[in-house]
Design a protein around this ligand. Structure first.
Ligand SMILES: [Mg+2]
Length: 414
């Protein structure tokens, strides 16, 4: 366990996601109180999400339609369109991934990113770049709130402090005092049942809870989770224990002697093959590739669309294209960090149903070749067959080294 001296994570949460996607897509809903409902034409259901205008009038998510209409007679009820939310989610993630690699997708409208040293030095600017990019390339009616802190738990709490469209930065010196005034409700990890238990123990506010020794929290929780929460809320960073969802990515900080573009490209290819291997092992196909580079004075990145694929040939070809586009005007720059991500994934079993896949003979052949080489590499426990040159960088393993959110499995070290 480590106590970071600066912020290391951002947590991003889209504001009233379903409702704002509707407002982005249907101009007549903009600026109006909107409630998204499961089906049209009945009052015997609930509002599953409401717009900020509806929230301002007192409506809440998961509220009976009857109650919502009473509080806000002008509310516009619209039936949900899950496919639209999925597409918006993919588009938004792709844009964010070109600014900063996403470390974990927490839900359809929440995600976290790890910050490298340069990113953590100017969080205001990073938040502005993300927000500008989303507004420009997806739409200005889908806004997000961003929290920055030493760990993800704190960043998540910070993120909810200034909604909608806010930015909240909690540097380590502000913790835990900044939590003192918050209700237990605002703390993920303190549910209703635990709040009751705390009140029974005579602890009625966060200040008192935070001033207790960590061991006491363990006692009240009757598990080590209480103690873990204490450390998280005091700004400590744990080894991440969760698995990412919805994407397969790898990143690496480059050693000083490999910061030129050709070396960085070689490493990008290695990282991508690792990611593709994990994608296949999980029996997924991807239809997007994101390349992201930290370079002198900023970042460069590209988002490439693919048909649903999982073979090395298709994926490496896409990387070549992304690389060419991203670096075309760069000249001689230093590359400090490279990150590749495969996303917009779909299960192999579902892919056949997708209408816009046209499986040509070539694709099938490359899938067979890739499958055979995976099999050999698994069998011999190392990389003996690969597409193109396999030249691991200095410093050892390619994939397993920077894994912010994932528990690596043995195969990642091949
Ligand atoms: Mg949200």
């Amino acid at each position: 366990m480590r106590k970071p001296e600066n912020i290391e994570w951002l947590y991003l949460d889209f504001d009233g996601f379903f409702a704002s996607v509707m407002q982005q897509v249907y101009p007549k809903l903009r600026g109006k109180p909107v409630g998204v409902v499961p089906f049209a034409g009945t009052d015997r259901t609930v509002v599953i999400a409401c717009s900020k205008e509806a929230k301002a009038r007192g409506c809440k998510n998961i509220m009976a339609v009857r109650d919502a209409k009473q509080i806000c007679p002008s509310i516009l009820l619209v039936p949900q369109e899950p496919d639209l939310y999925r597409r918006a989610h993919n588009a938004l993630l792709a844009e964010i991934n070109t600014v900063i690699p996403i470390s974990a997708i927490k839900s359809i409208d929440e995600l976290t990113c790890w910050l490298d040293k340069r990113q953590s030095e100017n969080p205001h600017e990073l938040a502005r770049v993300i927000k500008d990019r989303l507004a420009k390339y997806v739409g200005p009616h889908i806004t997000c709130s961003i929290g920055f802190a030493a760990n993800r738990q704190l960043a998540k709490i910070a993120c909810k402090m200034d909604k909608p469209n806010g930015v909240t930065i909690w540097t380590p010196d502000m913790v835990p005092e900044v939590l003192f005034g918050l209700p237990f409700d605002d703390i993920p990890g303190i549910g209703d049942r635990m709040a009751r238990r705390l009140h029974m123990a005579g602890i009625h506010d966060m200040e008192k809870l935070m001033k207790m020794p960590a061991k006491h929290m363990r006692k009240i929780w009757r598990s080590v989770n209480g103690e873990r929460l204490w450390y998280a809320l005091h700004g400590y960073e744990f080894q991440a224990q969760e698995t990412e969802r919805g994407m397969f990515g790898h990143g690496r900080v480059l050693p000083p002697e490999e910061r030129d573009l050709p070396s960085a490209k070689n490493i990008a290819r290695l990282l991508l093959r690792k990611a593709a291997r994990r994608l296949r092992r999980a029996e997924y196909y991807a239809s997007s590739l994101i390349l992201w580079l930290a370079i002198d004075g900023g970042s460069a990145g590209r988002h490439i669309r693919l048909p649903y694929v999982n073979d090395d040939k298709a994926i490496l070809d896409a990387l070549d294209l992304a690389w060419t586009e991203a670096t075309a005007r760069l000249g001689r720059v230093k590359v400090y960090r490279v990150h590749v991500t495969l996303l917009d994934i779909t299960l192999a079993s579902k892919r056949q149903l997708d209408l816009f896949v046209s499986d040509d003979k070539d694709r099938k052949r490359w899938e067979a070749v890739t499958g055979a080489s995976d099999h050999l590499n698994m069998k011999y426990g190392k990389t003996i067959v690969s597409m193109g040159e396999w030249k691991p960088p200095k410093g050892g393993h390619v994939g397993a080294k920077i894994s912010f959110t994932r528990i690596p499995s043995a195969e990642d070290f091949l």
